[in-house]
Write a new protein. Structure first.
Length: 216
């Protein structure tokens, strides 16, 4: 279903979010003070505007109050980031996603009532570190409280083994599904034999997932 989004701040992070939301078929309004940023993205999203988002009247003139969600992606001006977040939170409809620059900024955004707070540089740094440490990991999602869902490529040593041989339950890890090309096998039985090209989606604590990495 098509939704309407506003992205405020069209730097590297904001422009990436705006382009992907548009690619997914949504109406996207992009706002930035820098004409170069606006010109760069103008052909890729529904509307790109050079404007000062700190001005509430400007935002209302652009219809931001009617959007489904607003991404506050201002990354260099802390004061502007906070002011825009506060302004949009005072609008009744939009859900607010705000970019935090550091831990203290996160606390401020939380007190302002931001619905979602993201740390793109921090999160990308974590992903890079995990990718370097565990190259077999395709992707992972933090679910909070040290719980993660990870997608792992089946290694050569895993191919030909049965699910039961890994004793995942005893190791505190749950195998949610196995992907093989276009096939999805949910809750694979213990007698399932891993094949070349399999990708495993598992859930568990970080320590438990690290503990089975040598088996995969």
């Amino acid at each position: 279903m098509k939704r309407t989004f506003t992205v405020i701040g069209l730097g590297a992070f904001g422009s990436t979010v705006a382009r992907e939301l548009a690619r997914l078929g949504n109406d996207v309004l992009g706002i930035d003070l820098d004409p170069a940023h606006v010109n760069d993205i103008a052909d890729d999203i529904t509307q790109a505007v050079v404007a000062d988002a700190r001005n509430e009247d400007t935002l209302r003139d652009l219809g931001v109050q009617d959007c489904d969600a607003v991404v506050v992606a201002i990354g260099e001006d802390l004061e502007a980031n906070i002011l825009v977040t506060l302004t949009v939170k005072n609008m009744p409809k939009p859900e607010v996603w705000a970019k935090a620059l550091n831990h203290n900024h996160h606390r401020i955004l939380h007190k302002l009532g931001a619905d979602h707070i993201v740390h793109p540089e921090h999160e990308m740094g974590l992903r890079l570190a995990h990718a370097m440490m565990y190259p077999e990991v395709v992707d992972y999602i933090s679910m909070g409280h040290d719980l993660f869902t990870v997608e792992v490529r089946a290694s050569e040593k895993l191919v030909g083994q049965a699910v039961a041989a890994l004793q995942l339950g005893e190791r505190g890890v749950q195998l949610l599904l196995v992907k093989h090309q276009r096939e999805l096998l949910t809750s694979p039985p213990g007698d399932y034999i891993f094949r070349p090209g399999d990708q495993l989606v598992m859930a568990g604590t970080l320590d438990n997932l690290r503990g089975i990495s040598a088996l995969l």
